[in-house]
Write a protein that binds this ligand. Structure first.
Ligand code: ZN
Length: 171
């Protein structure tokens, strides 16, 4: 498991931008938002990225059809932890459809399928843009979002409450 954020630039400005992004990622890594377990969560979903060793469990508590509380726990690299932290900020308060759409959009951005843009709920997310250059690490960044989306799909299929395991190796 590597805790460093990859990327060595030769150009000075790009290097300092990388440093800024590294700082943002490490700040989320050291003090992740919404970390912990939710007792009685309707959505409990697990994700696993064996390439890096990242494992996360995501909890979603619903109220009036919206994600009233979203938390995560796990052992993962800095990119995965930071992205999980940002994910919880991005989807809290959203309906399941909205949360699923945000997760899909983020994954599409990380896979270079759509242009990268900061999410209004999580401006910090642009710190992950540089990760797109490292295809192996993209899975670290998308794990929490893939896992959440899978949990939403399972919940809507009537399998809420059950743990679902998703592996990112096929993503
Ligand atoms: Zn990782």
């Amino acid at each position: 498991m590597a805790d460093e954020v990859p990327g060595t630039r030769t150009h000075h400005e790009e290097a300092s931008l990388d440093q800024l992004y590294r700082d943002v990622i490490f700040e989320h890594y050291r003090r992740p938002h919404n970390k912990g377990v939710i007792d009685g969560a309707e959505i409990v979903t697990k994700g696993n990225n064996p390439v890096c060793g990242d494992r996360v469990t995501i909890y979603g508590k619903l109220k009036d059809g919206k994600l009233d509380d979203v938390r995560f726990e796990g052992k993962a690299c800095a990119i995965c932890m930071a992205s999980s932290s940002m994910m919880t900020d991005a989807v809290r308060g959203k309906s399941l459809a909205e949360a699923g759409a945000v997760a899909d959009k983020f994954k599409a951005m990380m896979r270079n399928e759509v242009p990268f843009e900061a999410l209004p709920e999580v401006p910090d997310i642009e710190a992950l843009e540089g990760v797109r250059k490292f295809s192996v690490r993209v899975k670290c960044a998308t794990l929490a979002w893939t896992t959440l989306k899978n949990g939403i799909v399972e919940y809507e299929a009537g399998r809420g409450g059950a743990s679902t395991e998703v592996s990112c190796t096929t993503e």
